[in-house]
Unconditional design. Structure first.
Length: 346
């Protein structure tokens, strides 16, 4: 991404979140002209300002729900990474309209602002929960993806390239189960597991940033990029964390929470039937047909038979020892281990 970002101005919505902080550091390590951080949390912005101490970063307090705020923040910007969202599944189940206002309407504001300010590209962050959604958060993210693709479909001559990236659980991000398990172990409690057989994808923050950078470099408007990922059961993840912290591998089963799925899906079989395989990524191009469906029927728009969905149930499954080794690569986990016992961190 270096050659494309040199001397450019970049806006990150939700820039004080887990992804945003990581992306800001990646950009500052390159010859970027300016990074704008838009978020609602002034306390996190202040902490970030003092920690980074880099005058290339400018901070905007605001909400993507406010169109004028996004218009101002994106004025003169070359690229936008849109990460602002409501992500907590149970919270969105109780307040679905709030999920719509942020994840759908807020994303529409970002696209409109980018179009009006002639931004070069927008990469929008989505989630595996947007595929076959059963909860409000996933439904709002699925609609967000549709908003992005509708913009691309309805504005074929636009100079703004809009695309989505879709990935699974990011380890140790805000709301991740891993820090929750560690806090429970530190408090002398057994990790609380909803269903030990439930499966989830595992991804590092670095891998999520690499996916965004891939989309930034190669996207055509309307594309969805999917990161291939390994998966594990929640029970094995809890067991691996217990082993890391040298405590008995016991869990407290509390039952499935509001809106949770047994397995997650990163790409549907319908998407995979037209996807391009980039090795570590899938590129799912937008369906660019117009409303004249008869034309496509008469010409025989034939596609290969759909494959199976790519789910956390059929993805490569990590064993407990493999999960332990993966967890050891996380700086946050190593720091927690060092606090508990320097020998464990080795």
């Amino acid at each position: 991404m270096t050659s494309s970002i040199t001397g450019r101005r970049v806006l990150i919505s939700g820039g004080t979140g887990s992804f945003g902080r990581t992306m800001v550091r990646r950009l500052l390590a390159q010859d970027v002209a300016e990074v704008r951080v838009l978020s609602r949390d002034e306390a996190k912005q202040d902490a970030m300002r003092r920690q980074l101490a880099d005058d290339r970063v400018r901070y905007y307090v605001g909400d993507v729900r406010d169109r004028d705020t996004v218009l101002l923040a994106s004025r003169g910007v070359d690229h936008v990474f849109h990460a602002a969202a409501l992500k907590q599944v149970p919270s969105c189940e109780f307040f679905p309209l709030e999920a719509i206002r942020t994840n759908v309407l807020g994303s529409a504001n970002v696209l409109e602002a980018a179009d009006r300010n002639e931004v070069g590209s927008v990469v929008v962050l989505s989630t595996d929960k947007a595929v076959h959604p059963v909860n409000a958060m996933g439904m709002s993210k699925a609609l967000m993806e549709k908003v992005v693709q509708a913009y691309a479909r309805n504005n074929p001559g636009s100079g703004t390239v809009v695309s989505c990236v879709r990935y699974g659980n990011v380890m140790y991000s805000r709301g991740s189960v891993i820090p929750l398990f560690i806090e429970q172990i530190k408090a002398g409690r057994a990790p609380t597991v909803t269903d030990a057989g439930m499966t989830r994808f595992l991804m590092s923050l670095g891998e999520s940033v690499e996916l965004v950078e891939h989309a930034f470099a190669y996207a055509r408007s309307g594309d969805v990029f999917v990161r291939k990922a390994t998966a594990c059961t929640i029970g094995d993840l809890a067991t691996a964390i217990c082993q890391l912290f040298d405590v008995p591998a016991k869990v407290d089963v509390i039952g499935v929470r509001h809106g949770e799925k047994q397995d997650e899906t990163l790409a549907s079989r319908e998407e995979l039937s037209r996807a391009q395989d980039f090795g570590e990524f899938f590129r799912v191009p937008m369906d660019a047909r117009d409303l004249n469906y008869a034309l496509y029927v008469s010409e025989g728009d034939l596609r290969p038979d759909p494959t199976a969905d790519f789910t956390s149930a059929n993805a490569p499954r990590l064993t407990v020892p493999e999960i332990v080794e993966l967890l050891r690569t996380l700086p946050e986990v190593r720091a927690e281990l060092a606090l508990r016992d320097p020998v464990l961190a080795c």
